[in-house]
Ligand binder design. Structure first.
Ligand code: SAM
Length: 289
């Protein structure tokens, strides 16, 4: 059997490349063997918070020169990263937790590095998004990730109204002090019947996963102060898809076709366009005529 450390080494790790490395979202054991290999291999680590990353590295027995790249300096700091890449260095980027670029800095750095002609290499690993979705269930199989909702109530209402008929499940990140009001706003905008998955403190000691409806969500969260503590992912069921109704649903199409075609021809074209039975459409076209 090939030792795991050799499996990590089997991949190419070109020089003059940026390595975008996912780190744990809670439990420090959720780092990958390849992430550890790359963090040990690179010449420098660009980090959202150098203090935080320094502490994380020390847990794995690693120490590297660090460079701060966070949301307030990402564009300028990207130029410093590019200078190191020009010198032939391998540079890693890590955010505070999880996968860089997902509601975290990293995307502008990736754009700048690629625009400067250097390779960008992903090192997959933990993300609160994928972790919550993995336990959501089949109803969240098709989803849209929306990150944090606007913090101002008016903007949040506008954002949610525009999503009310969205048919994918929606994934939101939320902070503890806003979680009840956000779930309430979701229930107000989408109605109370939709499914809600509340994923709290994933991979941490007080991890909790609760499934309920949007109507039940605020009361469940308020039922125990501990339920409002920590970090949250909210997965909300999408809008129900329109039930395919009767043949009358295609009246507008049939009427337009009947202006140009005989009943039989209109039914034939409508059947080809809609997949509805030609006989049913023929009978309806006769009624409309
Ligand atoms: N880049 C990270 C990722 O890949 O998930 C997300 C960073 S974002 C700044 C932080 C937010 O992610 C938190 O406010 C929370 O909504 C969510 N989050 C991060 N860790 C989490 C965890 N352990 N449990 C639940 N949600 C978490």
């Amino acid at each position: 059997m090939i030792p795991l450390s050799e499996l990590a080494q089997a991949q190419q790790y070109p020089a003059a490349a940026l390595y975008v490395v996912a780190t744990p979202i809670g439990n420090a054991a959720d780092i990958t063997l390849r992430a550890l290999h790359v963090l040990g291999l690179v010449d420098r680590i660009a980090a959202e918070d150098t203090r935080n990353t320094g502490q994380l590295l020390s847990r794995y027995g690693l120490s590297k020169p660090l460079l701060a790249v966070h949301e307030h300096n990402e564009r300028e700091a990207a130029q410093r990263v590019i200078e190191h890449l020009r010198a032939g260095e391998r540079v890693a980027y890590v955010s505070d937790a999880g996968t860089p670029g997902i509601s975290d800095p990293g995307a502008k750095l990736v754009d700048a590095v690629r625009a400067a002609g250097f390779a960008v290499v992903p090192l997959p690993g933990a993300s609160a998004l994928a972790t919550a979705l993995s336990v959501a269930g089949d109803w969240a199989g098709t989803f849209t990730f929306l990150g944090f909702l606007p913090t101002k109530a008016k903007q949040r209402i506008t954002a949610l109204q525009s999503l009310a008929s969205h048919s994918h499940a929606m994934v939101f990140y939320e902070a503890p002090h806003r979680v009840i009001e956000s779930v309430q706003a979701l229930a107000d905008a989408f109605g109370g019947a939709r499914r809600l998955l509340i994923a709290r403190e994933l991979t941490k000691l007080h991890e909790a996963i609760h499934c309920c409806t949007l109507a039940e969500g605020p009361a469940w969260l308020a039922g125990d102060p501990n339920r409002q503590r920590g970090e949250f992912v909210l997965v909300v069921e999408g809008a129900p898809t329109q039930p395919s109704g009767g043949v009358e649903d295609h009246d507008a199409l049939l009427r337009t076709l009947l202006e140009e075609l005989p009943v039989k021809g209109a039914a034939k074209v409508a059947a080809a366009l809609t997949g509805v039975s030609r006989n049913d459409l023929y009978a309806r076209a006769l009624e409309l005529k």
